[in-house]
Design a protein around this ligand. Structure first.
Ligand SMILES: [Zn+2]
Length: 167
């Protein structure tokens, strides 16, 4: 019972302070400049960010949503790391990917500190953005019982780039 109260307290805390990075408080967030996951440089300076196509910008900058089932990573089952399309920050590992049958890539965990949760403009969903460049990724849903972690990061393929693990 005590544990349950504690859990309720924690979720209230999460709602109150909507700017919470996945697994980490934003205040303590530090993105490694060179990712240990991919050896690809994470660009902290906005002048160096990757140029976006109009469709990428529609989703990443203007918080749009890719149509379901059309994204290039919906059915990707390869081992590797998904990085931010705009700034190269590693966001999700393929180990956390699962089939949610929703039409968008789903992950039950993220790279520590890489994803920041924000109350969506719609007032009820939780938006997720790249902690480094604040680019729009998608939304996070909790309590759906898809996996033991009970969390679904529902992410637009177009917000990410997949880097296959080297053999
Ligand atoms: Zn980014």
């Amino acid at each position: 019972m005590k544990l349950r109260i504690l859990r309720l307290g924690l979720s209230a805390f999460t709602v109150l302070f909507a700017m919470v990075a996945c697994g980490q408080n934003e205040d303590t967030l530090k993105v490694d400049k060179v990712s240990t996951f991919t050896n690809i440089e994470v660009m902290t300076d906005s002048n160096n960010w990757n140029e976006l196509t109009p469709e990428e910008a529609r989703v990443i900058v203007n918080k749009g949503t890719e149509m379901s089932w059309v994204g290039e990573y919906v059915d990707n089952h390869e081992d590797g790391t998904y990085i931010c399309r705009r700034c190269n920050a590693p966001l999700f590992n393929s180990d956390a990917k699962f089939d949610s049958r929703s039409g968008w890539p789903a992950f039950d965990d993220c790279v520590e500190g890489a994803v920041t949760e924000v109350l969506d403009a719609d007032g009820y969903r939780t938006e997720i953005v790249c902690s480094n460049c604040k680019g729009h990724l998608g939304h996070v849903f909790k309590g759906e019982h898809f996996t033991d972690k009970n969390t679904r990061h529902c992410v637009n393929s177009i917000s990410m780039k997949f880097i296959a693990e080297e053999e």
